[in-house]
Ligand binder design. Structure first.
Ligand code: FDM
Ligand code: MG
Length: 212
């Protein structure tokens, strides 16, 4: 690469229960970064646009039935099929704001009763986020926000189990933001966390892989 010294982008993941506000905050973050002249893209998992993603979507909308292990591996495959593009983007200096990632993968499947270590295994070797922001909301409060669609996991009892597994996955790369604060306050906190993260990544911090 000779004297090419362009700094890399940051890999930022937002996690949280359904209705925690992840998707709106992800879009706002991308606009915010772009407004600051920082190259940024919004990504989401599952990415329903691929063939694998369409199988996942059919499962989530109850159009198809799949064994719990099988759907777990499809979610993981959906991240693997995007891994090289993800690395290319990051290395070219683009920051990725990712709506759900491996933590959703493990939390949702473990909540169904699958062994957590088994669930983590297929994620080994995927790119590790520079930061994971967890939008914290109780399952009850999230349910009160309404707007659960008819998708497979959008049920209070199940979301409670998912919340327990998210707690188990919490590590030093996580920042917890109270998702019940006014939207503007959540937005401000996210902007601060992400700007710091973008700065650190730009300083030559190496990309690493899961689980680290
Ligand atoms: N989900 C999402 C999983 O079960 N495993 C995964 O790996 C991922 C990324 O899919 F209920 C679940 C979480 C959610 C559903 O997600 C669809 P969106 O964000 O609502 O599209
Ligand atoms: Mg959803």
């Amino acid at each position: 690469e000779g004297n090419k010294k362009e700094s890399r982008g940051a890999l930022v993941v937002l996690e949280g229960l359904d209705r925690s506000g992840k998707s709106s905050q992800c879009s706002r973050l991308v606009s915010f970064l772009e407004g600051r002249g920082i190259s940024a893209e919004l990504w989401r998992f599952p990415d329903r646009t691929t063939n694998v993603g369409q199988m996942i979507s059919a499962y989530l909308t109850n159009t198809s039935q799949l064994d719990d292990h099988t759907i777990h591996l499809l979610f993981s495959a959906n991240r693997w099929e995007k891994r090289s593009m993800m690395e290319t983007k990051l290395k070219s200096g683009t920051t990725l704001i990712v709506d759900r990632y491996s933590y959703s993968g493990v939390a949702f499947s473990s909540a169904k009763g699958l062994d957590i270590e088994w669930c983590k295994a297929p994620e080994i070797g995927l790119l590790a986020p520079d930061v994971v922001v967890y939008l914290d909301i109780s399952p009850e409060k999230a349910a009160e926000r309404g707007g659960y669609g008819g998708e497979r996991y959008e049920k209070l009892e199940f979301q409670k189990k998912v919340a327990d597994y998210y707690k188990v996955l919490h590590d030093v790369s996580w920042k917890v933001v109270d998702a019940c604060l006014p939207m503007e306050d959540v937005e401000k906190q996210l902007q601060e966390i992400v700007l710091d993260c973008v700065t650190e990544s730009g300083k030559g911090k190496l990309l690493s892989t899961l689980w680290s």
